[in-house]
Write a protein that binds this ligand. Sequence first.
Ligand SMILES: CC/C=C\C/C=C\C/C=C\C/C=C\CCC(=O)SCCNC(=O)CCNC(=O)[C@H](O)C(C)(C)COP(=O)(O)OP(=O)(O)OC[C@H]1O[C@@H](n2cnc3c(N)ncnc32)[C@H](O)[C@@H]1OP(=O)(O)O
Ligand SMILES: Cc1cc2nc3c(=O)[nH]c(=O)nc-3n(C[C@H](O)[C@H](O)[C@H](O)COP(=O)(O)OP(=O)(O)OC[C@H]3O[C@@H](n4cnc5c(N)ncnc54)[C@H](O)[C@@H]3O)c2cc1C
Length: 581
Amino acid sequence: MRKLAEHNIPLREASITQVHSVLRDGNPLIVHTSMFANALASLANPKQQQQWVPLAEKNRIIGTYAQTEIGHGTFVRGLETTAIFDPETKEFVLHSPTITSTKWWPGGLGKTANAAIVMAQLYTQGKCYGPHPFFVQLRDFDTHHSLPGVILGEIGPRLGINSQDNGYLRFDHYRIPRTNMLMRHSQVLEDGSYVKPIHNKLSYGTMVWTRVAIVHSCSKKLACAVTIATRYSAVRHQSELVPGKPEPQILEYQTQQYKLLPHIASVFAILFSASSVLRMQRNVAASISKGNVELLPELHILSCAMKALSSQDSTQGIETCRLACGGHGYIASSGLPSLYTSTTCTITYEGENTVLLLQVARYLIKSYRAGLEGLPVLPSVMYLTAPSAMHQSPPLSNQALIEAFRISSANLVKETESRLCRQFNLEQNFHYAWNRCSVALVHCAELHSRYYMCEKFLSTVESIRASDRVRSVLQDLCRLYLIHHITLNQGHFLRSGTLSGVDLSTLEEEMYELLAKLRPQAVPLVDAFDFRDELLGSTLGAWDGRVYERLYEEAQKSPLNKTDVSKAYHKYLQPLMKSNL
Ligand SMILES: CC/C=C\C/C=C\C/C=C\C/C=C\CCC(=O)SCCNC(=O)CCNC(=O)[C@H](O)C(C)(C)COP(=O)(O)OP(=O)(O)OC[C@H]1O[C@@H](n2cnc3c(N)ncnc32)[C@H](O)[C@@H]1OP(=O)(O)O
Ligand SMILES: Cc1cc2nc3c(=O)[nH]c(=O)nc-3n(C[C@H](O)[C@H](O)[C@H](O)COP(=O)(O)OP(=O)(O)OC[C@H]3O[C@@H](n4cnc5c(N)ncnc54)[C@H](O)[C@@H]3O)c2cc1C
């Protein structure tokens, strides 16, 4: 927090710095600096901001974002916590009517936070208006005791991020002033009348913002993992590549290059996509403040798509890096286990990936249908019904590969839409038909998202300002990324007729060439990510390559090494050894 203050970084931008990576097993303040700060910035009106933001900036108020309940995380409309307006006292009464309405999971809620943005079903004048955000004080600002009517606790150990106190929260008819409803977009007036927002999903804005932040942080996490695994692969010598010759660096093995280089490329693909979505988010935020919500659906869909793809890619990439380090990748001091556990949760939180991909698919199908009818569609999906441009680029050029992605994605959407129509004719119910097609729909969303990421990678590399040598390395990496994802999705390209079996073999050959060509660049590329050793926190990945010394030194810190004979020997082992069992 001192560093943020020193560098004048506003609270809500902390999550896109590396500040949170300093704590390896999660951070009790992350939701405060990200979601809570952003909710105040985007959902509170200016008067409310004046009241709470300075206190949050000074960490007098430490907040969390309390939306998920035991019974509902994905289906936000299904939340059960109620906020009923009492016109007599001009207060909202917050209540948790059932066990399933217990707020469950919010980061920092258990012990750290003294306030929260609580999402609750808003009732006024006898009518429910759906989930709305409220600023709620949970603990006394001086003693930190939970306030009467507020029941708080921590939910227990998790797969990872155990330095973060994920919590639970119940309300027992807990009263807050009317003015604690975050009123930037919708309001409840003193007489209880409801003023609706210009778009009914504006109250979901904090989730959209966080999804964008997650994309950025996924590229950082993956960058840490590839740095560790690549440096280690340059230090580690194992086996014989040529019988009788010295053991080579394991990075010489083609299989090792195949494990690492596509994920190094992926760091750039995710980072460039994150920058593009971030730019869009800033534009949309500026438009919203002028009352224009036209681009909000596009931002929602793009943030869902990129959050889903980047969390999946970075998690898989980190696991591959761990495996690429053999046994030493399994030791905590390698840094890889905690990178994995603190990244795999991004697949689930802020919208479970399948659910987000189905949001993307819904948009693709709607846009495809609108395009067929000649209705206007937003820029990112115009290609679904635009004429093919395959013939315009030299065969197997980067542009041709992007076109192949585009046409294959459009083709898959077209096929799936036909399947949806057939299923609808059988079921006579759109929702059942949708469910029966949902695996295919997720594939549509994945291919569309991959197309977007590939396109962003290529267009950024083509326009980047860099020396010829640096540009050339980035071009090779980008080419590797495109080919790698084409080989992983060959079926789609064959089905759409955009690439033949011969094309795929040619591309595969080129991929193997690229692995060899990029091998000498592997270490410089990860060095260029420029992580300090303290931040990487890895015995395998430190800059000086003293892997074995560091492993040995770290082992000395094990509590079991404080004494030669452990207490357990006297208590359990010795009796067992003498028992003749
Ligand atoms: C490595 C990590 C380190 C650091 C990361 C950095 C920062 C992160 C810091 C902290 C994060 C820590 C923890 C995470 C915290 C959380 O998890 S908070 C809880 C998050 N919860 C969710 O994400 C819930 C997911 N569910 C939803 O968002 C919604 O329920 C839904 C979108 C799935 C569905 O909503 P519904 O209201 O039911 O809508 P619908 O009927 O499906 O759709 C109706 C139309 O509305 C459009 N729409 C939906 N959402 C939005 C939106 N946000 N904006 C704009 N439009 C939206 C939808 O597209 C539909 O449009 P149509 O035109 O088709 O009608
Ligand atoms: C580490 C961590 C931190 C978190 N921090 C916070 C926080 O700070 N604040 C907060 O409010 N919440 C937080 N959460 C909660 C998180 O946002 C939810 O867990 C997440 O949104 C998923 O919802 P769920 O748990 O209800 O999963 P579920 O929706 O129950 O998912 C279970 C399965 O059902 C499937 N499924 C559900 N709906 C559909 C559908 N419509 N179509 C197809 N399949 C479906 C999913 O794909 C999944 O396979 C956190 C969670 C974790 C793990």
